[in-house]
Ligand binder design. Structure first.
Ligand code: ZN
Length: 65
């Protein structure tokens, strides 16, 4: 197995994402898109061309009561 596999979701900020338009890795801007019941949905936007490089849903940590 030569491919290095990461866990599907990591609890970290994306530092670099591949932009489909610029065809290179960019440091994306994070923009809040939607507030969903299950969490806040963010878009990662390319700072060069504004293309969407990816998205993420951040689930809030609900305190148990
Ligand atoms: Zn771009």
């Amino acid at each position: 197995m030569s491919e290095y596999r990461k866990p599907a979701f990591e609890r970290m900020e994306a530092s670099l994402l591949a932009c489909p338009k610029c065809k290179r890795a960019v440091k994306p801007r994070k923009r809040l898109l939607l507030v969903l019941p299950e969490g806040d949905k963010y878009l990662y936007l390319c700072p060069q061309c504004g293309s969407t490089c990816g998205d993420t849903i951040e689930t809030p940590l609900r305190p148990n009561r």
